[in-house]
Design a protein around this ligand. Sequence first.
Ligand SMILES: Nc1nc2c(ncn2[C@@H]2O[C@H](COP(=O)(O)OP(=O)(O)OP(=O)(O)O)[C@@H](O)[C@H]2O)c(=O)[nH]1
Ligand SMILES: [Mg+2]
Length: 311
Amino acid sequence: MGLFRRATEALRSGLTKTRTALTGVFGALAGRKIDEEALQTIEASLLRADVGPALSQSLVESLRTAWRQGTVTTGEEARDHLANDLRERLGDHRGSITRADQGPTVLLVVGVNGAGKTTSIAKLAKQFSAEGKVVLAAADTFRAGAVHQLEVWAERLGVDIIKGKEGADPAAVAWDGAEAAVARNADFLIVDTAGRLHVQEELMRQLSKIKDVLGRVIPNAPHESLLVLDATAGQNGLRQAEHFLAAAAIDGIVLAKLDGTARGGVALSIREHTGVPVKFVGTGERPEDLEVFDPEPYVDALLGLDDGSTE
Ligand SMILES: Nc1nc2c(ncn2[C@@H]2O[C@H](COP(=O)(O)OP(=O)(O)OP(=O)(O)O)[C@@H](O)[C@H]2O)c(=O)[nH]1
Ligand SMILES: [Mg+2]
């Protein structure tokens, strides 16, 4: 492993609710020998943090084995064992964004309505603006006010936006966005999409049309299809997004609204459930509240293992 990576203050603060749920248990076990009851309490707290049944069970099983072998005896040792186990399981789960060899890198952002797509796009636009020119395409022409919402962000962030009228064909907006990104020598094109249409199948057809159009204007586009999940929905959010996972060839997950939930454990089991890595986490409503997902600091922040000092 390279440098030891620390959780940022923003991540730590975003995970406060989840951490409180988890560390309460270890606080109560501090200085005590663990037993079967303690193991069950730990499992219950992992479930409450929405780590998911399969992973929670497997983590506690490994803890139980270590306890029986006598390598883990106290609450502190149990927490360290759990942290190491998680770091090992998630070690290679750092997902980076696929970039275009040349021309604009195209990111398509999808997800159920209200998940946090548009806000996450603003955050991505802010991060990528530090690297190059960003153009946004407002292809959610279905929901009233959606185009305007992205427009307000574009203005605040000082990035270009391509839009159609409300009710316009989203694929046509994507096409215009792709052409504009090329013509303006943009480095990134980020495409916003609707979270809901009258008919679910129609939305999937629309997304595949958007993808098709992007790929015709820019080779290999979209380079990243990002699914935004609402962390406050926990494991349920995964079920709500099933259609997208099944039909939209998702490359990465943006887990939004971590700051509003005690279910931040969901980030640990998403890859296992879906085969798709979490690439970013949202920790607030401001454009700067987006972090590249990195399992090691995430686990530390979740279990309260870092000392709280800032970067
Ligand atoms: N606390 C918090 N709120 C967030 C975060 N991300 C998004 N939100 C809020 O969640 C709400 C919905 O976010 P949007 O970005 O509009 O969601 P959307 O997926 O684009 O919604 P539709 O366009 O209706 O499908 C807004 O009030 C956002 O401010 C986050 O990381 N933390
Ligand atoms: Mg939106």
